[in-house]
Structures are given as structure tokens and as C-alpha cells.
Design a protein around this ligand. Structure first.
Ligand SMILES: Nc1ncnc2c1ncn2[C@@H]1O[C@H](COP(=O)(O)OP(=O)(O)OP(=O)(O)O)[C@@H](O)[C@H]1O
Ligand SMILES: [Mg+2]
Length: 430
């Protein structure tokens, strides 16, 4: 089994989304990719617009997803890299400067200059999530990406600083810990997604990555290889479903089904003679509706959303610098007509992206809904490679271990756990 081979570098990503919670277990391959050993997914019940609104329900969803991933990977999960999103996230670019102590830049100088860029007034109740270096300058020389070992007396750093509301982060941590798991690190969701879906070339040329989920639309802008701008818009697939439910007067779960099966984001692509059945509320009989009429309900919401993204991109000041265009991911990007509509609004090339550089359960995870989950693994492994994660310092990059027979490790899991372990044991032995 995957878990019993090279376990020392197994990592686990936990994406607590508004629609689903997914746990993904993976380990690095020799060529810089990821071998997926297991995945568990469960509908999310306690989240709204990216934040926890019900701890108990969220805990249950996490437990189920983690149990499933453990079962599939044949391992015990101890700690996880967790994603975070929501309107409480703020980000800004910041600068720092220090004197180079030995006239040649050492890792400690780099740490100090990044710390000095981080030492900005953070509003009360916010916590720094990421300090992402963009570029360095030594004396008069700017645009340096790797300053280590270079000579000079004055080192400057420009960083992208991401902060999140302390309460929102603590609630996520609480949910994870209640499941008996440690938090390796909390990562901005669009940072994770972009690590899974963007190519090196796109990041260099300039690109705007947009992860449209159920509750939030997460944006990240990259130019010259570095992250420049991040933002979260609290509108996504749930609003599309609500619009359908309201317009067609049908219960939400039917609206969701109709959306996924038949909806189209561009009215002109939907046939007017292709009819679908819409269940009514109460005892009233189902009605017939054309796909075109359905698209007329859906298109304005997608149009509004892409317009908000475009406004955000304009505000960022990077609109003219994203030569590689827009990369869409997340479940809501899967709808027919999305690329065409987005290209009309952005006037740029648009593509839909799935997680890349994955092996193992590649067919399963090559789906835009898993971009954040797989991206969390990329983040974890990059941190391990660099060996000096600024956030998760001291945390070992080993989130999972092969199952042992003493299954009583975690007392707070229910009977499902014992059953899962038994099944895992059977699977591993036959
Ligand atoms: N084929 C499809 N067409 C249109 N929408 C889809 C399709 N498949 C999934 N969706 C929508 O994608 C959304 C879920 O996407 P995703 O799994 O990326 O969200 P999430 O990560 O749980 O949420 P968030 O990131 O906002 O917290 C739901 O609104 C769902 O209706
Ligand atoms: Mg998501």
C-alpha cells in the first residue's frame, strides 16, 4: 500500500470548503510531482462564505473526510495543512530593510529582512498568515530573487503580507484539533490552488488565478514569478444555485442538481428547444423549462461575478501585466460556457485548470474542485524542500504514518473509526 512504502515524507492537505471538506494524502515523486495515496471527501455542513458557522457540523465533516482518506491511503493521519478563505482576509505589499552583517547575505539576514517587512501595523484581531517574498534589493541593485551569498551592505525586501481574522483562524484550528489532529500550517486557499494549477510560465508572464468555489471566489495575481495581489469575493456557486431556486421556485437541492446537469453560463450557447423538468415546491406538478431559459437565470450572476473580479484586478494595478490571462478553477468554473463568457468580460485568454503534477489517483484529483486540496500538498512539500518554512517552523513534514495494530491511538473518534481501521487492515492484508 502507498502508506507503507516511503512514509517519512507523507503530507496531508485539508481543504475545509463551503461545499465539501476534502482530505488528501500525498508524497513527493522524484520529478517534483506528487503521488496521491488517498483522498476523502464529505459534504461540508458548517461553513458559510469560507468561515466556520457551526463547529460541531464542521468537525463531523472533517472527521468523515479524514477517516476516508486514512482508509484509502492505509495510514494514520496526525497533522494537516489547512486552507483558509473568507472576507476577513486582508493583504498588502510591504517593504523591509536591514544591514548585511558580514558583507555577504546569509540565511539569517534574509530572515531578518523578511521579519522587518512583516513588522507593519497589523489591525487588532488580525493574524499574519503569510509573508511571501517578491524581490530583494542589495544596495542600489533591485530585482534580485535569490540574495543568498551576494555581497553588499544594505538588504531590502519587498513582500506580500497576508493577514486573517484571529477568530476565524482559531475556529478552524479548533475544529481540526477537536478531530484529534495537529495543524501543520494554515494556508491562504488561493495560494494553495495556484500552486496546483499554474505553470511556471504563467507565473512569469503574469496571470490572474480565480478559484470559484461554493461560498467564495478567491483571487491571486502573479507577475515575474511572485505573488503580487490577493483578494476574496464572497460570491460564488451558492449564489448561482440560490438564483435558480428563486427564479424557478424549486427547492435548493433540486436547483443544485439542475445547475450542475443542465446550466450554461452563456445564453447563446444553450438550445431553446432542449427541455428539462423542474420539480416544484409542495404538491404542484413538475414543469418544463428550456435550457436557454435556465441560462438566462445563470448568466447574469456569472457576469456579475466576473465583473467584480475584473474590477478587483483593475484595482490591483496589475490588469495590464497579466499577459498569460486568467486561469479559472474551483467547482463553479466547471459550467459550460464559462470560458466564453469570461473571455468576453476580461478581454484576455481564459482557461480552466485542474491540479497538475499528480500521480496515483490522478484521474480522481484532476478536477477543479480539488485544486486547493492538492495545492496544500504542493505548499507542504515546497516548504519541506526549502527547509525553512517561515510559518510552520519546527513542524516536521510528516503528517501521516502507516497504520499500526494498536488502533486505540485516538480516543475521540467514534465507532466508525474502528470499522475503518478493520477495513483498512483487511485491505492491507489481502
Ligand atoms: N459541473 C458543474 N457546473 C457548475 N457548477 C458546479 C459544477 N460542479 C460543481 N459545481 C459547483 O461548484 C461549487 C463547489 O465548488 P468547490 O468544491 O470548489 O467549492 P468549495 O471549495 O467547497 O467552496 P469554497 O472554496 O467557496 O469554500 C458548488 O457551488 C457547486 O454547485
Ligand atoms: Mg474551495
Amino acid at each position: 500500500m502507498a502508506g507503507s512504502s516511503n512514509v517519512s515524507n507523507m503530507v496531508v492537505g485539508l481543504d475545509i470548503g463551503t461545499s465539501k471538506v476534502v482530505a488528501i494524502v500525498g508524497q513527493p515523486t522524484d520529478d517534483g510531482g506528487i503521488e496521491i495515496a488517498g483522498i476523502g471527501s464529505h459534504p461540508s455542513r458548517g461553513m458559510k462564505k469560507g468561515v466556520v458557522i457551526n463547529i460541531e457540523s464542521t468537525v463531523q465533516s472533517i472527521q468523515r473526510a479524514v477517516e476516508e482518506a486514512e482508509l484509502m491511503a492505509g495510514c494514520d493521519i496526525h497533522s494537516v495543512y489547512v486552507g483558509v478563505a473568507g472576507s476577513h482576509i486582508s493583504s498588502m505589499n510591504s517593504d523591509g530593510v536591514v544591514a548585511i552583517k558580514e558583507r555577504e547575505v546569509t540565511p539569517s539576514d534574509i530572515d531578518r529582512v523578511i521579519d522587518s517587512a512583516r513588522a507593519r501595523a497589523i489591525s487588532e484581531g488580525q493574524r499574519v498568515l503569510h509573508v511571501l517574498p517578491q524581490e530583494f534589493a542589495i544596495d542600489a541593485q533591485g530585482g534580485i530573487r535569490e540574495p543568498l551569498g551576494m555581497s553588499g551592505v544594505r538588504l531590502e525586501a519587498r513582500v506580500h503580507l497576508v493577514t486573517a481574522a484571529l477568530n476565524a483562524v482559531q475556529n478552524i484550528e479548533k475544529c481540526v484539533r477537536r478531530c484529534g489532529l495537529e495543524v501543520d500550517a494554515i494556508i491562504l486557499e488561493q495560494l494553495a490552488s495556484s500552486m496546483a494549477v499554474l505553470t511556471e510560465d504563467e507565473r512569469e508572464l503574469g496571470v490572474c488565478m480565480v478559484d470559484i468555489g461554493g461560498g467564495t471566489t478567491d483571487i491571486a495575481v502573479f507577475t515575474e514569478g511572485a505573488i503580487r495581489y490577493t483578494a476574496v469575493i464572497p460570491i460564488a456557486g451558492d449564489q448561482v444555485t440560490n438564483d435558480i431556486a428563486m427564479a424557478l421556485r424549486t427547492p435548493t437541492q433540486h436547483a443544485e442538481e439542475i445547475k450542475v446537469k443542465y446550466a450554461c453560463a452563456l445564453t447563446q450557447l444553450a438550445a431553446s428547444d432542449e427541455m428539462i423538468k423542474v420539480p416544484s415546491v409542495g404538491d404542484r406538478p413538475a414543469r418544463d423549462l428550456s435550457r436557454q431559459a435556465l441560462a438566462e437565470v445563470v448568466e447574469p450572476r456569472y457576469e456579475e461575478l466576473f465583473t467584480l473580479v475584473r474590477d478587483e484586478l483593475r484595482r490591483s494595478g496589475y490588469e495590464d501585466l497579466v499577459a498569460a490571462g486568467v486561469v479559472l478553477t474551483g467547482g463553479t468554473a466547471r459550467m459550460e460556457g464559462v470560458v466564453e463568457l469570461a473571455e468576453e468580460i476580461f478581454h484576455m485568454p481564459v482557461r480552466i485548470a485542474c491540479p497538475q503534477n499528480v500521480r496515483g489517483l490522478a484521474d480522481v484529483v484532476r478536477n477543479p474542485i480539488y485544486s486547493t486540496g492538492v495545492g496544500l500538498l504542493h505548499y507542504a512539500l515546497q516548504e519541506a524542500r526549502q527547509g525553512h518554512g517561515r510559518q510552520a517552523q519546527g513542524s516536521s513534514v510528516m503528517s501521516a504514518q502507516p497504520r499500526r495494530e494498536d488502533a486505540a491511538r485516538r480516543g475521540d473518534r467514534d465507532g466508525f473509526s474502528a470499522l475503518a481501521r478493520l477495513k483498512g487492515w483487511l485491505k492491507g492484508n489481502f
